[in-house]
Design a protein. Structure first.
Length: 294
């Protein structure tokens, strides 16, 4: 039976569309397979040299050109990794485990984990969804939540986030409820805080008692031109000395939360008269103050 030209055109067009669709699917499949290799490379670049800025800080101090160079290099690599991963997430979402390796999966998570607050809040829903779908475990979700809290100046939940002063001493960022901390850590697959503190050689983790449950914590460090801690720097609020830096120049001090959402802090070196003023604003649970006394 003869087929007229109209039907011939229809069948040719149908064949072309099906072939194009199949080619597009194959092309997309290949791209998604290539994504796995890309994410694995991202994980490697994220992890390699991650401790370099810390090692250099301990040797030369946070104000040194060596430390600044190491931090700049890390930020540059992180920016490259973030562009790669965020482009993939924006196009495909968080790819399921059947399509990517565990290493590639970690490449997604740790790139987000090591990004800034803006990126973390942007992708928070995606990370939460990945947790609920068991793409990431309790541990990863715990450190993600704590890191956002830390960046926002809020008390962390699981006690996973540590800071470092200018001379390399580690300190614990404040926790919402210390009495229930270890039970929460256990639920997230974390060791008890005391064990973690010893293993990581954390210098400061015991917070002073609060006078009021609504008090805010000042975390501070003072050091000299030789990158040595400066002790006995007075911390002054409302013309009253509320505490002093210790032999390492460090302090944890609780102060009354300001009613007007701001508080003026003075750091004063009594023997020289040198004084620095800070106005702290916003509704936070803690503030960090760092100052070199030359």
């Amino acid at each position: 039976m003869a087929i007229d030209s109209t039907f011939k055109y229809f069948f040719i067009l149908l064949f072309f569309l099906n072939s194009t669709s199949s080619f597009a699917q194959d092309s997309d499949t290949l791209k998604r397979k290539n994504v796995n290799a890309i994410l694995e490379r991202v994980f490697d670049s994220d992890q390699i040299g991650r401790d370099k800025p810390i090692i250099i800080l301990k040797k030369y101090g946070a104000d040194s050109k060596e430390h600044q160079q190491a931090v700049d290099e890390q930020h540059k690599q992180d920016s490259i990794d973030q562009k790669t991963v965020f482009d993939i997430i924006d196009k495909y979402g968080w790819l399921p485990k059947k399509e990517i390796s565990s290493k590639a999966n970690n490449g997604i998570f740790y790139t987000i984990q090591h990004a800034g607050l803006n990126a973390q809040t942007k992708y928070e829903d995606i990370v939460t969804k990945a947790f609920r779908q068991k793409q990431i475990g309790n541990y990863e979700y715990a450190i993600f939540i704590d890191r956002i809290k830390m960046f926002e100046g809020k008390n962390q939940i699981y006690g996973t986030q540590l800071g470092m002063d200018n001379i390399g001493n580690l300190f614990l960022y404040p926790v919402e409820d210390m009495t229930k901390l270890d039970s929460k850590r256990k639920s997230a697959g974390l060791d008890p805080l005391e064990k973690s503190i010893k293993e990581n050689n954390v210098k400061y983790y015991s917070f002073p008692p609060k006078k009021d449950s609504n008090d805010i914590l000042l975390i501070g460090h003072t050091w000299d031109a030789n990158n040595k801690g400066v002790k006995n720097i007075s911390v002054i609020v409302d013309s009253r000395i509320v505490g002093k830096s210790d032999e390492n120049g460090f302090f944890y001090i609780y102060v009354t939360r300001p009613k007007e959402k701001s508080i003026i802090i003075f750091l004063k070196q009594e023997n020289t008269g040198k004084q620095y003023t800070y106005t702290l604003t916003g509704d936070k649970d803690f503030y960090e103050i760092r100052r070199q006394f030359k």
